[in-house]
Ligand binder design. Structure first.
Ligand SMILES: Cc1ncc(COP(=O)(O)O)c(C=O)c1O
Length: 375
């Protein structure tokens, strides 16, 4: 197996990176979910070859059969989900697809259920589309975040509830929903005629020995689901605006496509190439990165044990550490972190001000610096 150097320090500030230009220079940025790892060689050479062609005009994503075939084979190889090529709809981004789903299937005044804590732009989607947001509580059970299913059931039973936006694996909590949990969600949604839209952008970043079950593969509700995925987080190509939505049902798919056509969602030409390469030629890099991330997660787990005020319970998935800082001796957790020179994402952005979220997809030396600053 080829070895890859995830310890390499690569300067990013000069590239206009969001992650590296958001905070002042003296703050170590460990926030937005992109990684500081160089992309896999096959992705970079695939992009270079396409650039060599010299013309980068509009493309018809559905004619890019090899990129779609890459998605089909990846989902089968990695998630045992057999899909058909025609179920795949390419879009520039996952958040765009969630907003498109809200517009396509809900009418003003409908209620949209969404778990909290959650990624901010997902929490914003219902209201951006003139819909009523109903948050569903997430709670800690046996050291792992799960749903408050009574809360979900209660809110789904409201006749105005039209859709549930699920985020699985959870961001920021990192849990991967089990078959039982998904079966309960499926039963509740079916019983109350609530549509399921599942953001699964983190599904290829599973660090523990658990399986991700795509919503679209569920036996009863699956065919009616909108499942949204991307190679963007896993392969560090988020700036290349390319994601894919799996919609088995022809009518639902056409309704989604008609709505998104009006939004002119051109998919990035290079993003599709990068996604295809990621899903077909980067297994070594992918496995090595997962190992490196496991090492980073373990490092943080150990390190936080000896720092008062932080309770970090590592989760099964994502490169995001969701840390309870409610016992920290500070009025404002985020300001405290910044005052120490560490720039996480504020817990408040996810709906939980007493938490902080650290992105550990970076060279381990950055985490060592962060811990030194916090100690
Ligand atoms: C759960 C989740 N969904 C969506 C996104 C953003 O996806 P995109 O950039 O494709 O809109 C993120 C980014 O961190 C995320 O964590």
């Amino acid at each position: 197996m080829t070895t890859f150097n995830f310890d390499e320090i690569i300067e990013r500030r000069s590239t206009g990176s969001l992650k590296w230009n958001y905070y002042d220079e003296d703050i170590l940025p460990l926030w937005v979910a992109d990684s500081d790892f160089k992309c896999a060689p096959a992705i970079l050479s695939g992009i270079s070859e396409r650039v060599e062609h010299g013309i980068l005009g509009y493309q018809i994503p559905s004619m890019n059969n090899s990129a779609t075939a890459a998605v089909v084979s990846w989902l089968w190889r990695r998630h045992s989900w057999q899909i058909k090529a025609e179920w795949v709809v390419w879009v520039p981004g996952v958040v765009t697809a969630v907003n498109g789903t809200c517009r396509a299937f809900c009418k003003p005044g409908d209620k949209v259920l969404i778990q909290e804590p959650n990624y901010g732009p997902l929490l914003d989607a219902p209201e951006l589309n003139n819909l009523i947001k109903e948050t569903v509580n997430t709670c800690m059970k046996d050291g792992r975040w799960t749903f408050d299913f009574d809360d979900l059931e209660r809110k789904a039973s409201d006749p105005k509830a039209r859709m549930f936006i699920l985020c699985n694996p959870m961001n920021p909590c990192g849990s991967v929903l089990t078959a039982d949990e998904l079966a309960r969600i499926e039963a509740i949604c079916l019983q109350h005629d609530v549509m399921l839209c599942s953001d699964e952008i983190h599904c290829d970043l599973i660090l523990d020995d658990v399986s991700h079950i795509p919503a679209g593969s569920l036996s009863e509700i699956g065919s009616q689901c909108i499942t949204i995925m991307a190679a963007s987080k896993t392969f560090n190509i988020a700036g290349l605006a390319s994601s894919y939505v799996i919609i088995p049902d022809e009518k639902i798919r056409q309704q989604f496509i008609q709505t998104t056509i009006s939004m002119q969602l051109w998919v990035n030409v290079l993003g599709m190439i990068a996604t295809e390469k990621a899903l077909t030629e980067c297994d070594d890099w992918y496995e090595s990165q997962l190992d490196y991330l496991r090492g980073n997660r373990q490092y943080l787990k150990q390190a936080f044990k000896s720092i008062d005020g932080f309770d970090y319970k590592p989760a099964a998935a994502t490169f995001l550490a969701w840390i309870d800082a409610s016992t920290l001796d500070a009025k404002d957790v985020h300001q405290y972190m910044l005052s120490k020179g560490v720039g996480p994402t504020a817990g408040e952005d996810f709906g939980r001000p007493n938490f902080t979220r650290i992105n550990f997809a970076c060279p381990r030396s950055y985490l060592e610096q962060a811990i030194e600053r916090l100690t």
